[in-house]
Design a protein around this ligand. Structure first.
Ligand SMILES: Cc1cc2nc3c(=O)[nH]c(=O)nc-3n(C[C@H](O)[C@H](O)[C@H](O)COP(=O)(O)OP(=O)(O)OC[C@H]3O[C@@H](n4cnc5c(N)ncnc54)[C@H](O)[C@@H]3O)c2cc1C
Ligand code: SF4
Ligand code: SF4
Length: 410
């Protein structure tokens, strides 16, 4: 079979659905809560093989050949942009520069009605604003990608796996030169079942979510892992078509929940408890492996450890990417790649021993997000004790103590 009907637990990038001339590929969430393709009507498939041809998951290699590396510490010269964005604001500045050069931008916004992240097209700087900030859930790409007109010029941002497949699509169409592709260092994406559980806990308190943001620098960049959420019953209404500068202001949300204070979403996401199977077993995009023109991320590490406004890692893998970085309104300091990428993952995350239990709890859906967090904490405690006892000297002294106690009691 030349089509993708036997592909499961893939990257869920949606490029197969974009390319299919018969329009018979749908992308929907699988039982674990990750996007996956399905053929709606096999009889209409002409076996053209295009869906497999653009599929990064079906191939071992990367679609960008012979990458170069130009690596920088970078941040927006506009203080409000730097404060509002997840790291130093380079993602937004690249978008703004290219819109001013006549490009359109396909980026990711949060759709509060459906509680999903989705790709969409921005044609003005105001329309670009909802793309600001990382949404740490898998985005639904299909409507955004299908709306791209390959004859025009676009910046497309996304996870490295989405971008690798998209480059294959552009190579197939001979339209690579019209596009700038941007990805980021990618930790992975958590199950949408977990996100839905988190949303239902929040919505019990504040009504239907009307705005969600994952990072906020009110207590500094290093402590910026904070869920900021407004609901219809509490919080301010967000009008994305407000003036550009008023939306960049740091807004405070009704519900704030920080990782440093034990937020359950971050405990599960960054604790690698419920990422996609492809993230654990099939990710070929860590560290310097990318098919993008530009890769962005947080520049954690020694050099900027005192900075609390945020510093981006910005790496260009192509001369085109490097030229665009130099056009942006950003402070750029060229540094060796290993400094720019300090602290980034070099390998895929390991599945935790608790993974199966967590996924079962998510499938049943009868637990709350806080139950899940407590479960993980108690499993972690047991894992720590087991690791401790694996040390022969510690095990010997524990057994010795037990023997003494038994002798004494007898
Ligand atoms: C799932 C995920 C995992 C990440 N893992 C890491 C990591 O391990 N290490 C690291 O340094 N950085 C990681 N990042 C990137 C980091 O959070 C910042 O996005 C990055 O530092 C750029 O910030 P910025 O200030 O330049 O721009 P911002 O304005 O914050 O730019 C955000 C950009 O990301 C795009 N985007 C937002 N959410 C998504 C999404 N769900 N899917 C696809 N594209 C999206 C937007 O379209 C926008 O272009 C991750 C981001 C995501 C979404
Ligand atoms: S082989 Fe061609 S027609 Fe069949 S699903 Fe794939 S892209 Fe569509
Ligand atoms: S970790 Fe790898 S497979 Fe998972 S979303 Fe990121 S790039 Fe894709």
């Amino acid at each position: 079979m030349k089509n993708i009907s036997n592909i499961h637990d893939c990257y869920g990038c949606g490029v197969c659905a974009t390319v299919c001339p018969q329009k018979i590929i749908d992308i929907s969430l699988n039982a674990d809560g990750f996007y996956e393709p399905h053929i709606s009507d096999e009889a209409k498939c002409t076996d053209c093989g295009l869906c497999r041809c653009v599929c990064s998951y079906c191939d071992e290699g990367l679609s960008l050949k012979n990458p170069e590396i130009y690596s920088y510490a970078a941040w927006s010269k506009v203080h409000a942009v730097r404060r509002k964005c997840s790291s130093g604001g380079v993602g937004f500045e690249v978008g703004r520069t290219l819109i001013n050069e006549g490009y359109k931008v396909c980026g990711v916004r949060y759709n509060a009605e459906k509680n999903i992240a989705e790709h969409y097209i921005a044609t003005t700087v105001e329309e670009l604003i909802p793309s600001i900030g990382s949404k740490y859930i898998q985005s639904y790409t299909v409507d955004g990608f299908k709306a791209i007109d390959c004859k025009q010029k676009y910046l497309v941002t996304g996870t490295p796996c989405q971008i690798d497949s998209l480059r294959r699509y552009l190579q197939l169409r001979h339209k690579e030169e019209n596009f700038i592709l941007m990805d980021f260092f990618c930790h992975g994406v958590p199950s949408m079942l977990m996100w839905r559980m988190y949303c239902s806990m929040v919505e019990d308190k504040i009504g239907k979510i009307s705005y969600a943001s994952w990072r906020n620098k009110q207590t500094g960049w290093h402590d910026s892992w904070a869920m900021g959420i407004d609901g219809e019953e509490h919080g301010q209404e967000v009008n994305w078509h407000d003036s550009y500068s008023s939306l960049l202001r740091e807004r405070s949300c009704y519900l704030q929940s920080r990782m440093s204070q034990g937020d359950a979403f971050y405990a599960l996401f960054l604790g690698n408890c419920c990422l996609g199977k492809a993230c654990y077993e099939h990710c070929k995009f860590k560290y310097d492996h990318s098919s993008a023109d530009i890769r962005i991320g947080d520049l954690w590490g020694e050099k900027y450890k005192e900075d609390e406004d945020g510093v981006s890692a910005a790496i260009a893998f192509t001369p085109k990417g490097s030229d665009i970085l130099s056009l942006t309104d950003c402070e750029l300091t060229e540094l060796p790649f290993k400094i720019v990428a300090e602290g980034q993952m070099k390998e895929m995350p390991k599945k935790r021993k608790s993974y199966k239990i967590i996924m079962e709890m998510l499938h049943h859906g009868n637990a709350s997000i806080e139950d899940l967090k407590h479960k993980i904490n108690s499993i972690k405690k047991i894992e720590r004790r087991m690791n401790y006892l694996k040390n022969p000297m510690i095990l010997f002294s524990v057994l010795l103590k037990k023997c003494h106690r038994n002798v004494f009691l007898n």
